[in-house]
Ligand binder design. Structure first.
Ligand SMILES: [Zn+2]
Ligand SMILES: [Zn+2]
Length: 300
């Protein structure tokens, strides 16, 4: 799994930072977490093929999180056989995407869109494949807002040298053992756990635009990586509360309490000309913290 940070500024783009978008690449699939204005160009610079986007997870409909959706759809619709794109977002997402499509003129009959609205009351799984599932949870922002966790499923790994010792070769018996099913071989029962071990799947959580709330902890719990907005330093806590955003202190506390392994903060107020001060502060609450920058890549 790899994350590419395509925009790390809050509200307005700066010379160094574009507005919010993160590209998650997993086994040839591409998931955008938000798609702020200019995301297409950021993808170009980062060397990400726009046609690799299978899914867009919209956290909420503030402009800095969604301003690039229509441009991206236009580019993708220009293809002969555009890939299917699923767009997930909070209540109102269908109407908003249709407004966007009606606001411009382009050949959209080619578009293969699947728009799904989410209205979680607590943490819910809304997407599951054989490899992973995605959870969502409601946040507490000035408009409906959703946080997401991408969770890779655990996989069972066969110890091939152990299998060889038992005389087991590739084939349907190994396939069954791989699935956790015990098999009979040479008049002996072989239990899957004898020759295999579980490789734990990775979890990455994305928390954007919210004041601190219980769902932040439960969604982020035991994440390998927590990516979170941290718009302000604690000195601007009043502002953070008013606009329902997190401070570096809030995020550090979430990371601590949720037992995450690594914290990446992003979505910084443009008032901070350097993120050194934010990174220094967040590290006082959670040591394995880092400030994201545009085009930063992270392998998980
Ligand atoms: Zn925002
Ligand atoms: Zn917002």
């Amino acid at each position: 799994m790899e994350l590419t940070f395509l925009g790390t500024s809050c509200m307005v783009p700066t010379k160094e930072r574009n507005v919010q978008a993160i590209f998650l690449s997993y086994k040839g699939k591409g998931i955008l977490i938000d798609c702020g204005e200019g995301t297409q160009r950021q993808m170009d610079i980062a060397g990400i093929n726009r046609n690799k986007v299978d899914m867009i997870l919209v956290t909420h409909w503030h402009g800095d999180h969604v301003g690039g959706i229509i441009g991206l759809l236009q580019t993708i619709s220009d293809k002969e056989n555009p890939p299917k794109i699923q767009i997930f977002g909070p209540i109102g997402t269908k109407k908003k995407v249709n407004h966007l499509l009606n606001s411009v003129i382009f050949e959209k009959s080619n578009l293969n869109l699947d728009i799904c609205e989410l209205n979680p009351k607590k943490i819910e799984v809304f997407k599951e494949t054989k490899d992973y599932y995605i959870q969502c949870a409601p946040m507490n922002h000035t408009i409906p807002c959703i946080a997401y966790s991408f969770i890779e499923k655990n996989i069972r790994k066969i110890n091939l040298s152990k299998a060889k010792k038992l005389g087991l070769k590739e084939g349907h018996l190994l396939g069954k053992l791989q699935k956790g099913i015990s098999v009979n071989f040479n008049d002996k029962k072989i239990f899957s756990k004898e020759i295999s071990s579980i490789k734990k799947g990775k979890k990455v959580s994305f928390i954007f635009d919210t004041s601190i709330n219980e769902n932040c902890y439960s969604l982020a719990e035991n994440s390998d990586v927590l990516v979170s907005e941290a718009v302000y330093l604690p000195s601007l806590k009043e502002k953070a509360d008013k606009y329902k955003h997190l401070t570096t202190q809030d995020v550090g506390l979430i990371a601590n309490k949720a037992n995450v392994k690594k914290l990446i903060i992003t979505h910084f107020s443009q008032r901070y000309k350097s993120t050194d001060v934010l990174e220094k502060d967040v590290k006082t609450y959670f040591s394995d913290s880092k400030c994201a920058f545009d085009f930063m890549k992270l392998r998980i």
